[in-house]
Design a protein around this ligand. Structure first.
Ligand code: FAD
Length: 440
């Protein structure tokens, strides 16, 4: 017999919307808590810059989204579709395969409307504490504060699904001499538009997706952009595609006179240092007596990045893995969680989940991988996806994983043009021919 639980979903971004839809499909009763006044999470562009642009001050006025104004998706629509719900083109909208961010927000709103999810959301409700009631496994106290009010409300749920995202809390890197360096410092979380950097010399630290994209955006206004990268043995070089962007080794130190010295001894006098150094997982509301912790950017222990073995299935997390397709993975994780909660799908025993999780950590240690990379699933995304498909009784597939790998290769090989040179027609045909284009 199917079990129906009362579930609290925290967050109404992609993860929370997927979770709510699947929970409801399985017959659970769902409340979504959302601190903002609308759905969409990261995809709600907010032009404000936080009062501390590095995001260090715990009392700063925070902004959730890390979007900048000109952002286009870095994956094509096919990889930002849900399993049974394609990211279609909007009439009179941006028709491109890699559209502007507004199209994603439109898509998420349409998804929420089509599945009646908006009525499940308690807007302007920030969850401030989640804790088990007297050690009972399926009784969780959720406390939240409504915007503009000091009072806290409380309600008990059987299951809590954490969908709060992990790209809002800046991660910084230490730079020797930075205390006395006189320029402006900002994290990519607070980068919105290039105009404030007009005619400046900007040093960007980090050459992951944010450093790659923002360097090109800021170069439209800045005089010079210098990217400090960890690419081994990189020689100072100007990018062929841009006459004002250079690649360098990492920074060795910075000086009181504004000089930024790179590890090979080359240097520039910079106005701004922009940290594209990633984000930290952050669950300040979660109180589990140390059962689940965030240590060196590992949320753990989590079986398959979703269930803490000792608290499963009553506590779960959607959207923790990165370096893979976010939307389909969150959709799939949501199906798994919803079906485990209803009893349709069984989890391994607590001991088996613990052993599996410890085995992952052991393997990471053996390979010399730091804890902070626990949730970076590249290049094992296909394996991960297929494992969850198997749990919910669906056959494996590989087109999504192949397409993702091709995008990454193209992005590297084609430089900034990969979005517009992408062969959409070819991939449409591959997806159509796939035995399982979209799972129902
Ligand atoms: P979020 O979208 O961050 O949503 C979390 C929600 O939880 C928010 O609405 C927030 O207000 C709410 N919340 C947080 N804390 C609380 C609380 N205590 N109480 C109540 N509510 C709370 N992915 C792609 O697939 N394609 C892309 O092109 C792409 N580009 C990206 C570009 C940038 C700059 C960044 C930072 C990320 C990008 N991503 C991209 C990844 C993107 O973050 C994910 O696609 C996805 O939006 C994450 O969804 P989420 O629901 O996990 O988190």
């Amino acid at each position: 017999m199917s079990r129906s639980v009362k579930a609290a979903v925290i967050g109404a971004g992609v993860a929370g919307l997927c979770a709510a839809r699947e929970l409801r499909r399985e017959g659970h009763r769902v409340v979504i808590f959302e601190k903002a006044d609308r759905i969409g999470g990261m995809w709600i562009y907010d032009p404000r810059v936080e009062s501390d642009p590095l995001g260090i001050d715990p009392n700063r006025e925070t902004v959730h989204s890390s979007l900048y104004r000109s952002l286009r998706t870095n994956l094509p629509r096919q990889l930002m579709s849900f399993l049974d719900y394609p990211f279609a083109k909007r009439e009179n909208g941006d028709q491109r395969a890699f559209p502007y961010h507004e199209e994603v927000l439109w898509f998420l709103n349409k998804f929420a409307d089509d599945f009646g999810l908006v009525e499940l959301v308690r807007f302007n409700s920030e969850v401030v504490r989640v804790e088990r009631v007297e050690e009972k496994e399926d009784e969780w106290s959720v406390e939240w504060r409504t915007s503009g009010s000091d009072s806290v409300s409380q309600e008990v749920f059987e299951a809590v699904i954490v969908c709060t995202g992990h790209q809002s809390e800046p991660e910084l890197t230490s730079v020797v001499g930075i205390e006395k360096w006189p320029g402006y410092q900002i994290h990519s979380h607070n980068y919105r538009v290039p105009e404030p950097f007009k005619d400046q010399t900007v040093v960007i630290i980090g050459y992951g997706p944010s450093g790659y994209e923002i360097s090109r955006d800021i170069a439209t206004e800045a005089k010079q952009v210098h990217i400090a990268t960890k690419i081994p043995n990189v020689q100072v070089q100007r990018l062929e595609s841009h006459n004002n962007i250079w690649l360098h080794m990492m920074i060795k130190h910075v000086c009181e006179d504004g000089k930024v010295v790179f590890q090979d001894g080359s240097f520039v006098y910079a106005d701004t240092i922009l940290y594209c150094t990633g984000y930290k997982y952050h669950c300040p509301f979660l109180e589990t007596n140390g059962i689940v912790t965030v240590e060196e950017n590992r949320v753990g222990p989590l079986f398959k990045h979703v269930f803490p073995p000792r608290l499963a299935p009553w506590l779960s997390f959607i959207g923790i893995p990165y370096q893979d397709t976010a939307f389909p993975v969150m959709d799939l994780q949501s199906k798994w969680v919803a079906q485990v909660l209803s009893g349709k799908v069984l989890l391994p025993s607590e001991e088996e989940m613990t052993v599996s999780t410890e085995e992952l950590y052991r393997q990471m240690e053996e390979k010399g991988l730091r804890k902070r990379y626990t949730h970076a699933i590249y290049p094992n995304g296909i394996e991960y996806f297929n494992w969850i498909l198997g749990q919910i009784g669906l056959p494996p597939e590989d087109w999504r994983g192949k397409l993702f790998l091709e995008i990454i290769e193209n992005a590297i090989a084609m430089n900034y043009g990969y979005r517009d040179e992408w062969d959409e027609a070819y991939w449409e045909s591959v997806i159509k021919e796939s035995s399982q284009p979209l799972v129902n």
